[in-house]
Ligand binder design. Sequence first.
Ligand code: PMT
Length: 400
Amino acid sequence: MATKEKRAVLGVTGGIAAYKAAELARLLVKKDISTIVVMTEHAKRFITPLTFQTLTGKPVFSDLFSQEHYDLNHISLAAHGEVIVVAPATANIIGKMAAGIADDLLSTVLLAARAPVILCPAMNDRMYAHPAVRNNIDILRNRGVQIVAPGYGELACNTAGTGRLAELDEIVEAVEGTWTDKDLAGERILVTAGPTREPFDPVRFITNYSSGKMGYALATMARRRGAEVILVSGPTALPVPRGVDFVGVESAVEMRDAVMSRLETVTVVIKAAAVADYRPASRAGDKIKKKRGPLTLELERNPDIIGEIGARKGKRVVVGFAMESENLLANAKAKLLAKNMDLIVANDLRQAGAGFQCDTNVVKILDLQGGVETVPLMDKLEIAARILDRVKALIDGRAG
Ligand code: PMT
């Protein structure tokens, strides 16, 4: 079945951050979002239409009265976008939108549009703090416009303050959220991710190959679907997904404390972390010196976090993972039952494109009725969506 094309209009206005809109256009296209750029005349002073035309493969529009593309006038442009994102949005376009002024192509498209609008303000910090701009933003927010707030940092005018265009991944996430049903709104989902580190002296530790990608994908998708998300993560190199409540931990004991102290507040727990089952029995205060002969480390058991969750499960939905190198289904099923989980997601260490580090996974989702759903090779974000579909079905089943 052909997937439906996603369509966005990217409005670019005249601020120095207009150069970042080129990268934004590239990222949207990379996500298979057909993107048409509408620029203001001031934006063209900072960056040329040709840049956007090259990146999007589509004509760029700025003239309200141009007959060149008569089939793409302001009304049809407004209809093209399933979402309209304005980045950067200057104080000027924000003011015009709030007042309902339509005196150029972009402001006219914005007035004619019925699609969701995402505004990404970027300007000098004093302009952003001005009551007129704050009022206008409040008016627009109350009208349902989504504001991706600017960040704090160095500004073009050699000062530091709040006014920098939001990070592009945050804007892309907001745009992608337009196509996602908020079917998990009202749920509080705790996700664990990444490896744990079990130190035995100040410079060395035992760990595993988990990159955190599977857990971060789950947190991102759960947030996108409207859930409040707590992400408890061991050390990873990944950026924290936007909008999640992030708790960074190192060891299994720290992860246990972070999870158990929040358990009462959540409705769903998904344990994608690769928790070390053992830790060094002692930790030297100083770096252990090299000596002749072998070094023997004594290991002791770490807390079984999911086992503790299972024992205090209540009405929560609990999902575990199983990483196996043999007897995938039998081992996963044994863990599902022993730990009082509702679902277990089994991945096979030996399968190409599955498990640690890669951007994809191949999993089997086992349930308590003996069902086994095979999810073929796909991006971890898509795997996350499939797992969350099962979580949603369990939530609905319990409510009904
Ligand atoms: O992070 P990535 O590079 O993206 O890789 C993803 C992944 C392979 C880490 C992930 O998909 C995965 O399989 N995570 C669980 C790995 C694992 O620890 O499996 P396990 O079979 O040892 O543990 C079973 C379950 O018990 C897991 O949900 C685990 O989080 C939990 N557990 C394990 C040990 C322990 N002491 N406490 C736990 O809660």
